[in-house]
Design a protein around this ligand. Structure first.
Ligand SMILES: [Zn+2]
Length: 470
């Protein structure tokens, strides 16, 4: 009979054990609630904030700043599992403008890029800066170790598909020794070729009628050659500002085979803008200089602050999301600075974006020359306007905590050829001129080159020495 009336039993005799059972149940429920998010296999989403990274990397210090730092090498240890998802600091898609009208006009032929190896270059660095799929670069350089022996002044060229996968890579060691690497499934096959083509000098001159790209194409220059010219003079001249009546004169070496040219090298260029002449002359070191042997680059600040700050989250193109295990690249470096810290433009350039934009918060993008773009995010106050010209070191904003950010910091990105690179280690342009013997050799060669860059109108000028060489 007792068992048909359990309530009496509990209320009378076992009051304390009843609450003990309740307590145990609560503990079990609490355990499940707390345990669930820690299990990565559960699909519980925890938003990853910058704060998470801040605590993990508390002890990291800003690396020493070295004048000619090398390009960071990021190896894809497991390229097959590359699964890119969106970066965490992102402006709205419509605010991610990287091309201007000159880029669009140049529009590379068949994604072919030709490049002259310069000082401080590594193959990995060159290809990564042009946005070539990193897994492909890793594959190629791992299999063919000889590619580490690129020499200054050597010509390389490559083609990619629309997904940035490497299709072919050419390395011209000499006319009798050209290495060609061609994609074959998951591999690259090497073969050696002897060029039957002959390198011949070409001189091309033209007048600006509508804009540089169209007029240069009409005069017979290829898109690739135009791109090399605009890059060589990117710090001297904004090609979009050339006007009717301006002139250009170009000296090229082209490899001719059956009247078709495949490769070309820019030897010298002169652009007349108004009454001013701009020159870029190729020296033996593979870099371009003006007619005095001075460098053509603009130097950059290594970081956009007037004093060093702790890096709270480093550049990491393969940052793993701790929960989803997908790659969420961190395309910049985060500086732990308090709200209101002055933010400086790292170089001379033009502000292309200055506005509030999605998770980037208050956001500024600056274009420097033709190849460089810097981005500054989570700002408290923007001090510049789109279209404004800025100089190296100009105060452009105050840092803050806007957008998707859980603590005051500055997110800073550097893009080279449209590719995000580590702003603390990337090869920045150096503005050094020629000295000593290389300068003497350069100035000697110039005596031969300068007359070849003459415009027909030069003959009317008083400079008889230039108009009538020899
Ligand atoms: Zn960041």
């Amino acid at each position: 009979m007792q068992q048909t009336d359990p309530s009496t039993t509990i209320s009378n005799g076992i009051k304390i054990p009843y609450f003990a059972v309740l307590g145990a149940l609560i503990l079990i429920i609490l355990f499940f609630v707390l345990w669930r998010p820690l299990n990565p296999n559960r699909t519980v989403y925890i938003p990853l904030t910058e704060q998470v990274q801040t605590t993990v990397l508390e002890n990291e210090r800003l690396p020493a700043i070295v004048g000619n730092a090398t390009i960071e090498i990021v190896e894809d240890r497991n390229p097959a599992q590359s699964q890119l998802s969106e970066s965490l600091d992102q402006p709205k898609p419509e605010d991610d403008v990287v091309k201007d009208e000159l880029d669009t006009a140049i529009a590379q032929d068949d994604n072919l890029v030709q490049y002259t190896v310069g000082r401080g270059d590594s193959l990995y660095g060159i290809l990564a800066q042009y946005g070539v799929n990193r897994a492909d670069i890793y594959l190629l350089t791992k299999e063919y170790k000889q590619l580490a022996n690129l020499r200054i002044g050597q010509q390389i060229s490559w083609t990619t598909d629309s997904e940035h996968n490497l299709k072919t890579f050419n390395w011209i060691i000499s006319n009798n020794n050209i290495r060609i690497y061609e994609r074959n499934g998951d591999d690259f096959i090497e073969r050696t070729e002897t060029r039957e083509g002959v390198w011949q000098p070409f001189s091309i001159t033209g007048d600006i009628d509508s804009n540089f790209v169209i007029d240069a194409k009409n005069s017979g220059l290829t898109s690739n050659e135009i791109s090399i010219i605009t890059k060589a003079l990117q710090w001297q001249l904004d090609f979009r500002r050339l006007q009717k009546g301006d002139k250009f004169s170009v000296l090229l070496s082209r490899e001719m085979l059956d009247d078709i040219h495949e490769n070309s090298q820019l030897l010298a260029v002169r652009i007349r803008n108004g009454s001013k002449d701009y020159y870029a002359i190729l020296a033996e070191d593979g870099s371009y200089y003006d007619i005095n042997g001075d460098g053509l680059s603009q130097s950059f600040l290594r970081y956009p602050l007037d004093k060093p700050a702790r890096i709270s989250s480093p550049f990491n193109p393969r940052r793993l999301h701790p929960v989803t295990k997908k790659i969420a690249p961190h395309n910049g470096a985060d500086f732990a600075v308090s709200r209101g810290t002055p933010v400086l433009s790292v170089g001379e350039g033009e502000v292309v974006i200055a506005k509030y934009s999605g998770s980037a918060g208050n956001f500024i993008a600056i274009r420097h020359g033709r190849q460089y773009m810097t981005k500054y995010m989570h700002l408290d106050k923007i001090l510049v306007k789109p279209g404004q010209q800025v100089k190296k070191g100009d105060k452009i904003a105050l840092s803050g905590n806007t957008g998707r950010s859980t603590g005051p910091h500055l997110h800073y990105e550097l893009h080279i050829n449209g590719q995000a690179v580590n702003p603390l280690t990337a090869n920045l342009p150096v503005s050094s001129g020629l000295t000593g013997k290389s300068k003497t050799t350069f100035l000697e060669q110039l005596k031969d080159i300068k007359p070849k860059l003459a415009f027909s109108s030069d003959k009317n000028n008083v400079n008889a020495e230039e108009a009538n060489p020899a």
